[in-house]
Design a protein around this ligand. Sequence first.
Ligand code: FAD
Ligand code: EPU
Length: 337
Amino acid sequence: MPFDHDIDLSPFNTLALPGQAARYLRVDKPAQLIDRAIADMPRFILGGGSNLVLTGDFDGLVLHMAIPGRRLLKEDAEAWYVEAGAGENWHDFVQWTLAQGWPGLENLSLIPGTVGAAPIQNIGAYGLEVGERFHSLTAWDFECGEFVSFGREACRFAYRDSLFKQEGWHLNGRLAITGVVFRLPKAWVPNTRYADVAQELAARDIAAPSPRDVAVAIIAIRQRKLPDPAITPNAGSFFHNPVVEAATAQALAERHPTLPRYPQPDGRVKLAAGWLIEQAGWKGKALGPVGMYEKQALVLVNRGGASGTDVQRTMQAVQADVQARFGVALHPEPIFV
Ligand code: FAD
Ligand code: EPU
């Protein structure tokens, strides 16, 4: 297999961080993965690069997943089953399903990246996680040398988490997801339980929204709040929203009555990292070229010319200040390469 060499990765990550891949292969067909030479090399599997921190050069092979394709696989009385190649752009795929008359993914409109990466951290937004619409995926397993399938249960989806984030799975480049099947139930009801969505629809005077109305509302909210990576490089939320014991949340709320708290099914409480970071004084503040976005404190932005080291410096300063002020640890969401 002929590889490209010394490829600049800065256009391939939305934080626009510098770094080179010693070897690089664009993967348009699953069959390209069946190559012993690839299995024997250190690998990194790249999608749209929208959840990455490049810490420097990568002295291995970058497999850039670009497998195209989208189709209705089957339908039954209850649902449509829609399949897409790992390299499809996520947002375009979601808008295409809506145009076909197969709703269900509209709350996940405008999330950057590829279809193949969506199950990795179980992407979520505005009251929906992709695991709720996931049916199965196919991947090449470099360790076993075969194509494997995973159903929904096997993926162990949780908040910004799945089997594939566990040690030994994709983080060492073991699995390359080639395609994903979604199950979109025919019985559709609008999901407007996220307060921002209900408010946006009310402001537009829409009482009985269509799937398209929900998508348009969510796109508008996201465009107001989140920086466009093409203009202001970023990787979306930089930290997970921390989930703490109920007693910890209660004690914090007594000292900070405006602290947003979201009770979880297991009795613990999710806190808003954006609020903690803003209260710690970091909203709009920067250390050198890396700061926290002025309209959404949870989004770390590259104001120009930053390196992976600059990102880590700001990240650690934010973590230290939030820890000192609230006693809460923040864990980064993106993957460090
Ligand atoms: P990459 O960044 O390229 O890779 C992410 C991880 O997935 C890496 O570990 C990579 O190795 C692995 N991977 C990628 N493709 C494959 C594959 N085919 N097979 C195996 N492993 C693979 N996320 C949310 O959950 N909700 C949001 O609302 C949200 N909003 C965002 C807003 C902005 C402005 C930005 C920049 C990011 C946002 N994100 C959000 C994060 C990001 O968009 C998602 O995590 C997305 O799924 C990453 O896709 P990607 O193709 O860019 O993956
Ligand atoms: N907040 C502040 N200050 C800020 C930012 C937020 O006080 O600067 C408060 C808000 O007022 C609100 C709460 O924090 O009370 C939550 O804010 P928001 O609705 O903007 O959502 P978030 O928790 O910051 C999460 C996801 C996003 C997702 C949105 C919508 C995580 C880590 N982030 O953000 O996902 O789009 O909810 O569902 O769970 C991503 O993962 O990259 C991402 C963008």
